[in-house]
Structure formats: structure tokens, C-alpha cells
Design a protein around this ligand. Structure first.
Ligand code: PEP
Ligand code: MG
Length: 845
């Protein structure tokens, strides 16, 4: 029951011309859905409290505030129209929710010019949101003076109530969960529409979002939920017409409560796409709490909805068939796992070598009653072999993790490892992955290379990961797929709701959630400009790669399979400078056999023909590219451990079968073989010796090359040049090893800048050493795909640039603009500088 007050005066919160509420160009106000009152066309920019009372709602965007007076009167001041979309830009709060205020006290300040330019209107509404307690309203007209003019005189119902008491009887009914599609959540207008409709029913209806609840009949309470696009809400109701109320209100919520959802969605759709422009989004500042800054990993802009990529689990049915069948299934998988582990024994390793000890430990675990007994016990209760094995492993892992002994805690990793190995065998490696809608921005802690390449390019417009940096493999793959990406995101981004609307700027490394219309418009303009630039670049794409004064530099592609090779040739690629063969080995339970590999290499060769060069790199795993079936020892510094050529020499059977497959494919094209991560002449001699032995069976001549990725290789390049035909510089690794920064380091990887003079010096030394011995040098690291670096690489004498497929036209276009002598002068100048920033400044200047 309300206090017996007959009259309340509402002061003008702003000075300006009074406008009848019916004339406000927004139906929610004009039709008094939010409440009755007046509007002011403001001349001042500080909103004053219209009554004494408490701030009971203050939208996070600070464009609307509600004060509850002593008499129960609730007055809302709503600055401008559609100002919720400004998301707080141009507004500053002077009070907070919960504060007691006096009439005339400043509540908030706004930038009138900014609001006038960026919102639908500056007209400011002052309305009574609980009009049911008011019998009559006297309204002023003409001009209002802030804090002095009485704008509204409210004549209250004496002994008024909050309206017909809602019904509390009957069964509580619930609607399904509804995902909000309103771009700015349930702000004033949709909240008012919902409340107006809810009031047509006698049932009590509650709208809940997470832990919070609101009376659906109160627009203020609904607004106070502070919902956002993609939030999941539910209606609950009790009363004689609760079913009808829930049905109607659920429809209304799904349709956007009178908001033009489709228009908002269409606007976003028309602006989504990717570009290759190198300028960051002008408004993509990270000063608001909806922006997340990471490391620029793959250039371009994308507009879409977040899809959280939770760790993809192996998929299996919990219920099994008979005990005998499931037991046989389990033991067959355990036997295959044993054979796998034994067959991958490193060549020549002694019994006390760490990898041998790990293998033995894994073999012992496969027979451990701690795992096998509870698994079999579960099988007796009807659980499937994968279900029972998984549960047993999980339980042992948990127990080990809690153990006081550090040694036993470490064993949890081994149990997890063999657990996954056996589960992969039991399930055939089938994994459940998130459902992707159109225009998905995939957000993950990390993505494996195989997860990344399996992303549906027709649906995924952007990728963000918390782990990794610009030269981590997810970044390399995103670039090759032409998908804008950010790595090194703050972990807080993993809490963003699925469907959150966002702009991803892969060039600036910023994800802006709930973007405002200004940013969306800017993104649209940049995407159009990039498309124009791309079309212009494509005209140069099929010309031979050279500078404008005729210095020849081949522009070839980095690919992983035949389909990408075809795309590369269609985009103007002059050959393949790097076939990353490891993609054939990932996401499977056993390595591909020789026939499968030979067929895969032949297919790539067939795309290129016999003239264009195809450089196939031998297996490059380890570091951040583990293989499930290859039990590499756990290392404190995997990037400094068993990686690249070291793995091939440690597992010679694997290496030999790959070399045989390459030699079998060689007659189909102009095939070259390249060894990764070389740091010592002996490694090259050992690899060549194995190759020569295999060539006895398949005597096709092939050219041999080395990747220069380690400073040690640079230092001995002249000796290496005696043994091989060419070099290709892996600048991703060369930079991490030269600068001593892990390329996947979430915080530091942005500093792995290949334009650092130290890295340039390494390139310079390599080119000089190779050319002095008549060998040519390419670059196949990500640096080759960056037009900013092209002049310097050309100036340092690089003969071939092997780039991601989407970058081919841009690099060829950049080359055609350069003058070779000018490039040489620039290169010599930057070699004397002391930081990447100075080099970048020299390029720009
Ligand atoms: C490199 O290191 O630059 C390179 C091309 O190899 P990857 O990125 O595959 O390690
Ligand atoms: Mg490398």
C-alpha cells in the first residue's frame, strides 16, 4: 500500500523546449508504453534529479536512470533515442545505482554534440514508469529550466495499490530458455513492450536471467536485469492464465519485443566478411570493458557471433553391448596401444633414456589393475568399453592429482596420455565439436592444427585463442585460410556468452564485443576498401614475380594439401615453397602408411605439373605440434627438444617410409625434399645417408634443401651449403630462437618481431653464405607474407618468397611497386639499427 500523498512535483532535469510525449518519434514513448510524461529538447548537458529519492536503476550505458521517490513514484529520465546503442560513449555518470539523491542534484553528464551526431535524437524523456499509482498528471509546456521548472505534477491515488494483486495460486509453469536477439538486450523500449504485454494477464510472471529475476510486468525491473544480446532468459508464471501469458511473452521475446531484430542482423550480415587491409580499425580502442586486446595473428576484419570452442571430447556411447563383446573390444584396443608404443621405440635409445622410461611406464599402465579392474567392473554393469575406460582413467587421474607426493601427481599426466591413446582407439578418434552457425568467431583456449584446418571456412569468419602468438601454428593456419585471427587473448574472453555479437580486427589484435553502429559503419567502409585493393592486386597476381625494374623474385606458396596447391596456382603462385607434410600425420591414431603418403604427394605434384617447383618438407613435429601416437618425452622446453629433423632421426622407420613416399611421388613433378630445424652438419649427413639408401629402391633424383631456423645453422651456412641445393629460411622459428622468445608465448609472442635487426642480420648472413656457394635462398616463414617486409627481404637478396595462399596477390603487387636498388639501400640501412620499432619506422619513412 502506498503512503497517502496527494501530489508530487517533478522538476525539469534539463533546460530546453518541452515536447509532448506523443510527439516523440519512438512508439515506445509516444504510445506511453514506458510511461506517461514529457520530453525535452535539451539546451543543457547535465541531467538533474527530477525528485528526491533513490537511484533504483542506472543502465550501464548511462543513458537512462530511474529514481524512486518516497511516495513510491518512479521517474525515469531517458536521454536521447536509441542511445543504448552508444554503449556509454558520450555519457558520464555522476551518481551510482543505490545512491540517495535530492531533487536538482546532478545525475549524469552527456556530450550533446556526440549524442546528436550518433543517436537517433537528443530528445530526453521524463516519464512515470509506475503510472498505475497516478490519478492525473498536469504537464508543463513551453520552455523548461533545469532544476527549477515543475515539469509534471502528479496527482496520486490516495490509498492506491500497485494494481490488481497478481495471482499466486496454481502450478508454476516455465517457458523454454530463450536466447535474446536484441542487439542491446532488453533496454527501455523492449522492456516496456514486454511489461505492457505482461500486464494484460492476471498471472504473476517472472523473467529470469542467470541468478537474477524480474517481475515481467515492471519495465524497470526488466531493464535492471541488464541483459545483453545472446543472454539466455526464461519466463516462469503462476495463475489462471499463466500458460497463455508465457506463450505470448515467449513469442514476444523471440521476436525482439518490438525491436527490429532482422534489420540489426541484416546490417551486421551485410558488413561481415574479411579483408586484407593493414590499417587497424580506427575506433577499436580497448578502453571499454567490452574490448579484448590480444596479438594480431592473421589480418583482416570480421563481424560475427562468438562460438566458444570447448575442448573437443572424444565421442562415445555410454551403454555397451554384452560384457564379452565390450571386454574383447577393450583388450583389442589395449593390445594395439601396446604395439604402437613398442613400434615407436626411438632408434638406438638406451634403457635409461628418458623416452624409453616413459614408454615402459606407459606399457605398465596399460596392464595396471588400478585401471583395468575398475574398467572391467563397469563393463559388467552394461557400460561400454570407452565409457568404462574413460571413467576409470578420470578417477585415477583425480586421485593422483590430489596426492601429496609430487612424483605421483606427475603420473597423472601419463595416465591421461595413455587414457587418450586407448580411448582414441576405442572411438576411432571421433570427436564432438561445437556447432558453428553462419559468421562464427571461434574463441578457444587453444586450437590444435587439425582443429583449425577442419574449421568450416564458409561459416567461420574469425578465430581468437588465449594461447599462442603470431607465429604459432593456429596463426599460420588462419592466415593460410584467409581467416582473421587474434592470439594471446585475455582468459576473461573465455567467459563471453556464445552468440555475443563482435567485431574482430585481426590486424590490430582487438576483439570488440557489442560493437556500436559507428564502429560497424567504419568496418563496412574498410572492408569495401580492402575488397577494391584486393581486386587491384589480383591483376598483378598472374604476372611473373619481379620488382618494377625487373629483378626476379619467385612468389610461391605454403600449402598443406592438393586442394590448397590448386588454390595457390589459381591465385598466381609460381610453385610451392613449403608443403607442410605434418598435416597428413595429425588427428589420427596411427601414422599414414607409405602408399597413402605417396598418393598425397603425387596429388599435390599433379596440381603443379612437372615444371613448377614443389618443396616437400619432411615431418616437422614436436614443440607445439605433438602427435598422439608418437610418445615424445615430456620436456621442460619442447621447442628446445625433440623437434623437426631430430624427431625423424630418432624414429628412422617413420622417416624412411616418408622419404620412400616422396621418392615414389617425385616423377610426377619437380619435387624437392627439405629438412626442418637443422642445427648441425651431422644431422644433414645422417638424413642424406638415409635418403640415399632409400634412393637405391626408388632411384629418382631430387634436389635437397634445408630450413634455416636456428642461429646455429646460420653460423655454419657455408658448410651446410656444400651438402645441399637450396635453403629456405623459417623466420617463425629463426625469430623465436634468435630473440629467445617462445613463439607461442601468450604474453611475449607479440615481441617475436621478424623485423628485429638481429633476425635481419641472420637472414643477411644466410644469403651471403649461400650465394657465395652458388645456392639460392627462399623465405617460407610468415614474414614472407607480410608486404611490410617485402622491400627488406628483396634488398637482402632473397630469391624466393613462399607465402600463404591469400597473400600471393598482395605480395606480387608489392614487389611490382619496388625498385631493387632502393631495396638494397634500405636493407643495408636497417641492418645497422637496434630495434624492430626503428626498422619499422625506417620502412615507413
Ligand atoms: C618457420 O619456422 O618459419 C616455418 C616456416 O616452419 P613452421 O612455422 O612450420 O615451424
Ligand atoms: Mg619452423
Amino acid at each position: 500500500m502506498l503512503a497517502k500523498l496527494s501530489q508530487v512535483n517533478v522538476l525539469a532535469p534539463l533546460s530546453g523546449t518541452i515536447v509532448p510525449i506523443e510527439e516523440v518519434p519512438d512508439p515506445a514513448f509516444a504510445q506511453k508504453m514506458v510511461g506517461d510524461g514529457l520530453s525535452i529538447d535539451p539546451l543543457t548537458d547535465v541531467v538533474l534529479a527530477p525528485i528526491d529519492g533513490q537511484v533504483i536503476d542506472f543502465q550501464s550505458s548511462h543513458h537512462a536512470i530511474v529514481i524512486a521517490g518516497e511516495a513510491g513514484v518512479k521517474i525515469m529520465v531517458h536521454v536521447g533515442l536509441d542511445t543504448v546503442l552508444l554503449e556509454g560513449k558520450g555519457f558520464s555518470a555522476l551518481v551510482s545505482k543505490g545512491d540517495m539523491v535530492r531533487a536538482g542534484q546532478p545525475l549524469l553528464r552527456f556530450d550533446r554534440d556526440y549524442v546528436a551526431r550518433n543517436a537517433a535524437s537528443v530528445l530526453t524523456e521524463i516519464v512515470v514508469v509506475n503510472g498505475e499509482i497516478v490519478a492525473r498528471i498536469d504537464k508543463a509546456s513551453g520552455m523548461a529550466e533545469a532544476g527549477r521548472s515543475v515539469l509534471l505534477t502528479l496527482h496520486l491515488e490516495v490509498e492506491a495499490s500497485d494494481g490488481t494483486p497478481p495471482e499466486h495460486d496454481g502450478e508454476m509453469l516455465h517457458s523454454p530458455v530463450i536466447e535474446l536477439r536484441n542487439p542491446a538486450g532488453l533496454h527501455a523500449r523492449p522492456a516496456a513492450t514486454l511489461a505492457t504485454e505482461a500486464r494484460k494477464f492476471s498471472a504473476r510472471v517472472v523473467l529470469s536471467c542467470g541468478e537474477l529475476e524480474a517481475d515481467a510486468k515492471s519495465a524497470v525491473e526488466v531493464m535492471a536485469l541488464a541483459t545483453r544480446l545472446g543472454d539466455k532468459v526464461r519466463l516462469s508464471g503462476r495463475g489462471s492464465d499463466a500458460a497463455q501469458a508465457l506463450d505470448r511473452l515467449a513469442h514476444l521475446l523471440r521476436d525482439g519485443c518490438g525491436e527490429r531484430i532482422d534489420d540489426a542482423t541484416r546490417l551486421a550480415a551485410s558488413r561481415q566478411a574479411q579483408d586484407t587491409c593493414s590499417a587497424p580499425v580506427a575506433q577499436a580502442d580497448t578502453s571499454n570493458d567490452r574490448a579484448f586486446a590480444g596479438v594480431a595473428a592473421s589480418p583482416g576484419l570480421a563481424v560475427g557471433h562468438i562460438v566458444q570452442w570447448r575442448d573437443a571430447e572424444l565421442e562415445f556411447d555410454e551403454t555397451g553391448s554384452s560384457f564379452d563383446e565390450e571386454r574383447a573390444r577393450l583388450h583389442a584396443a589395449l593390445e594395439i596401444a601396446r604395439n604402437q608404443i613398442r613400434s615407436l621405440a626411438p632408434h638406438g635409445a638406451q634403457g635409461d633414456a628418458p623416452e624409453v622410461q616413459i614408454m615402459e611406464a606407459h606399457l605398465a599402465l596399460l596392464d595396471d589393475p588400478l585401471l583395468v579392474d575398475p574398467t572391467e567392473a563397469s563393463l559388467r554393469t552394461g557400460v561400454s568399453a570407452p565409457g568404462a575406460w574413460h571413467a576409470a582413467c578420470q578417477s585415477v587421474v583425480r586421485r593422483l592429482q590430489q596426492h601429496a607426493s609430487a612424483q605421483l601427481r606427475e603420473r597423472a599426466t601419463d595416465v591421461r596420455d595413455i587414457g587418450t591413446r586407448v580411448l582414441t582407439l576405442l572411438t576411432g578418434g571421433k570427436r564432438s565439436t561445437p556447432v558453428l552457425g553462419d559468421r562464427s568467431i571461434v574463441l578457444a583456449h587453444d586450437l590444435t592444427p587439425s582443429d583449425t584446418v577442419s574449421l568450416d571456412r564458409s561459416k567461420v569468419v574469425g578465430i581468437c585463442t588465449v594461447a599462442g602468438g603470431p607465429t604459432s601454428h593456429v596463426a599460420i593456419l588462419a592466415r593460410s585460410m584467409g581467416i582473421p585471427a587474434i592470439c594471446g587473448m585475455p582468459a576473461a574472453a573465455l567467459s563471453l556468452s556464445d552468440s555475443t555479437f563482435a567485431v574482430l580486427d585481426g590486424t590490430a589484435g582487438v576483439l570488440q564485443t557489442d560493437p556500436d553502429p559507428t564502429l560497424l559503419a567504419d568496418v563496412g567502409r574498410r572492408q569495401e576498401a580492402a575488397a577494391v585493393q584486393h581486386r587491384a592486386n589480383q591483376q598483378a597476381a598472374h604476372r611473373i614475380g619481379s620488382t618494377r625494374d625487373g629483378h626476379r623474385v619467385e612468389v610461391v606458396a605454403n600449402v598443406r594439401d592438393a586442394a590448397e596447391a590448386r588454390e595457390a596456382m589459381a591465385s598466381g603462385g609460381e610453385g610451392v615453397g613449403l608443403l607442410r607434410s605434418e598435416f597428413l600425420f595429425e588427428d589420427r591414431t596411427a601414422p599414414p602408411d607409405e602408399d597413402e603418403q605417396a598418393a598425397a604427394y603425387q596429388a599435390v605434384a599433379a596440381e603443379l605439373g612437372t615444371q613448377r617447383r614443389l618443396i616437400v618438407r619432411t615431418l616437422d613435429v614436436g614443440g607445439d605440434k605433438p602427435l598422439r601416437y608418437l610418445p615424445l618425452p615430456k620436456e621442460d622446453n619442447p621447442f628446445l627438444g625433440l623437434r623437426g629433423i631430430r624427431v625423424s632421426l630418432a624414429y628412422p622407420e617413420l622417416f624412411r617410409s616418408q622419404l620412400r613416399a616422396m621418392l615414389r611421388a617425385a616423377p610426377a613433378g619437380n619435387l624437392h625434399i627439405m629438412f626442418p630445424m637443422v642445427s648441425d652438419l651431422d644431422e644433414v649427413l645422417a638424413a642424406k645417408c638415409i635418403l640415399r639408401e632409400e634412393q637405391m629402391k626408388y632411384p629418382h633424383p631430387v634436389k635437397i634443401g634445408l630450413m634455416i631456423e636456428v642461429p646455429a645453422a646460420v653460423a655454419i651456412v657455408e658448410a651446410l651449403a656444400q651438402e645441399v641445393d637450396f635453403f629456405s629460411i623459417g623466420t617463425n622459428d629463426l625469430a623465436q630462437y634468435t630473440l629467445a622468445i617462445d613463439r607461442g608465448h601468450a604474453k611475449l609472442s607479440s615481441q617475436v618481431d621478424t623485423l628485429h635487426p638481429a633476425v635481419l642480420k641472420m637472414i643477411d648472413l644466410t644469403v651471403k653464405g649461400a650465394h657465395a656457394n652458388g645456392k639460392w635462398v627462399g623465405v617460407c616463414g610468415a614474414m614472407a607474407s607480410d608486404p611490410v617486409a617485402t622491400a627488406i627481404l628483396v634488398g637482402l637478396g632473397i630469391d624466393e618468397l613462399s607465402v600463404s595462399v591469400p597473400a600471393i596477390p598482395a605480395i606480387k603487387a608489392e614487389l611490382s611497386r619496388l625498385d631493387f636498388e632502393a631495396c638494397r639501400t634500405l636493407a643495408q640501412r636497417v641492418l645497422k639499427l637496434g630495434s624492430a620499432a626503428q626498422v619499422r619506422a625506417a620502412i615507413a619513412g
